[in-house]
Design a protein around this ligand. Structure first.
Ligand SMILES: [Zn+2]
Length: 111
């Protein structure tokens, strides 16, 4: 069970997860099993089907990050870098509580 300090973070992560999953369901419901989403593209004429694929991929990744952070809150490892184990800075967690890595490890992944 998360500490009282982390309950607010847990609620924030759970709300974000609900929003992301709802948006994914909306996109998938438009045309199940396809990367094309005509209604989304029709309502946003500058979007292409590959844009929709990028959006869906981003949402799926975000969903996984949120689920992982919620699991870490329940197991007591929240706030630790998933790569090196160091403590994450409070500013980093405040900016995105779902972040799985410290800035050093994050930079190594993207460099
Ligand atoms: Zn790290």
């Amino acid at each position: 069970m998360p500490s009282d300090k982390n309950i607010a973070i847990l609620r924030r992560l759970e709300r974000q997860l609900v929003d992301v999953q709802h948006n994914l369901q909306m996109i998938n419901a438009e045309l199940p099993g396809s990367a094309d989403s005509p209604a989304l593209i029709n309502s946003n004429p500058t979007l292409t089907s590959s844009d929709v694929t990028v959006i869906k991929t981003h949402m799926l990744r975000r969903s996984l990050l949120l689920k992982s952070a919620i699991k870490r809150l329940h197991t007591g490892t929240f706030g630790q870098c998933c790569v090196c184990g160091d403590s994450l800075s409070s500013n980093h967690l405040l900016a995105d509580p779902a972040t799985p890595t410290c800035l050093d490890c994050q930079n190594e992944v993207y460099l």
